[in-house]
Design a protein around this ligand. Structure first.
Ligand code: ADP
Ligand code: TRP
Length: 322
């Protein structure tokens, strides 16, 4: 059985971009793959400086996954920092990583250009830690949104360099990106992201969600005018919740006109609440089950550790520190 691995940073509230672009895939794939999913708390340290927030958010990600239907019997769910060997591998990989490779990283370039942030070494090295996450567990596939594609390419480059230098050690992984949901737009039209404040969350209060959905940008076409579904951000988000026929019929309503954006957004809100109703209910149920969630993470740690240890011993021998 092929193995998948993926992680989500515990920074901010989970949104529909995270769900459709990545987390849904993780849950759907658990039946056909050996699945490893982790809470990328070490990656969050590059931006999250509030210890209490990091602690709460880490547990929250686990709760979100369980609410989405992740089955801990099928998926190994763990906290990245519970397997500190990953940082040893990141260091070993640092020592074969050309500076130039990381200087071309999108996230690093963005951080440098955005004068508001003070880019730290952790952010520069982010792709190497991510490479270590993937290679330590010998994953075949990495299901992610399109924004992570470059990181997986860096991972492949580093795995190949290591294999060339020290002999065959690492499996070369592939990204798994679902084209139709590779970049979910935010309510302002750019990519939806926790860091842009343009998200539609999933487990927040109804009032917040209504407000977020009602704020999706549109053009200024009047009610009677025909509208263009292909350029409309409301349509791009609405279609995530529709089957083929429903999407077709919405497209036709757009083209005919006599439909206002406000009305479409109200419909979308209703659809949204229906779509996520069971997940939100499950989430509420999990609210009082903190120790159950902690046990699952502990179990995940117990299972992930021997796999990581075996791989690290192989790597130590290869590079000559054992
Ligand atoms: P964010 O950008 O909101 O901080 P993360 O970096 O934690 O999100 O991403 C977690 C996962 O969700 C990654 O696999 C990422 O590619 C995916 N993802 C995030 N935003 C989107 C989006 N707008 N569309 C599709 N996938 C996304
Ligand atoms: N960088 C990913 C993100 O921002 C999170 C992540 C960390 C990850 N390590 C990973 C994803 C390994 C896939 C595989 O979303």
């Amino acid at each position: 059985m092929k193995r998948i691995i993926s992680g989500v940073k515990p920074t901010g509230k989970i949104h529909i971009g995270n769900y459709f672009g990545a987390m849904k895939q993780h849950v759907d794939m658990q039946n056909d793959f050996e699945s490893f999913i982790f809470i990328a708390d070490l990656h969050s340290l590059t931006s999250e400086k509030n210890p209490e927030a990091l602690r709460t958010q880490s547990l929250e990600i686990a709760k979100n996954y369980l609410a989405f239907g992740l089955d801990p019997k099928k998926t190994l769910l763990f906290k990245q920092s519970d397997i500190p060997l990953v940082t040893e591998l990141a260091w070993t990989l640092n020592c074969i990583t050309p500076m130039g490779l990381l200087e071309r990283g999108h996230a690093w370039k963005d951080a440098k250009e955005n004068k508001k942030r003070d880019p730290n070494v952790g952010l520069f090295d982010y792709p190497v830690l991510m490479t270590a996450d993937i290679l330590l567990y010998s994953a075949d596939l990495v299901p992610v949104g399109k924004d992570q594609k470059q990181h997986i390419e860096i991972c492949r480059d580093l795995a190949k360099s290591f294999n060339n230098l020290y002999g065959e050690t690492f499996k070369i992984p592939e990204e798994h990106i679902v084209k139709s949901v590779e970049t979910v737009p935010g309510i302002d039209g750019q990519k939806m992201s926790k860091s842009y404040g343009n998200t539609i969350e999933i487990f927040s209060d109804e009032d917040i969600l209504r407000k977020q959905i009602m704020s999706i940008v549109s053009d200024s076409k009047g009610i009677e005018e025909p509208k263009d579904p292909e350029t409309c951000k409301i349509f791009a988000i609405y279609k995530l919740f529709l089957n083929e026929n429903e999407e077709k019929s919405l497209r036709e309503r757009y083209k005919k006109g006599n439909i206002g954006y406000g009305e479409i957004k109200k419909e979308l809100f209703k659809k949204f609440m229906e779509y996520f109703a069971d997940f939100r209910k499950k989430y509420q149920e999990l609210s009082t089950k903190e120790s159950y969630i902690l046990d699952i993470l502990e179990e995940g740690k117990k299972k992930a550790l021997p796999i990581a240890e075996a791989k690290i011993i192989e790597i130590r021998k290869k590079v000559g520190i054992l």
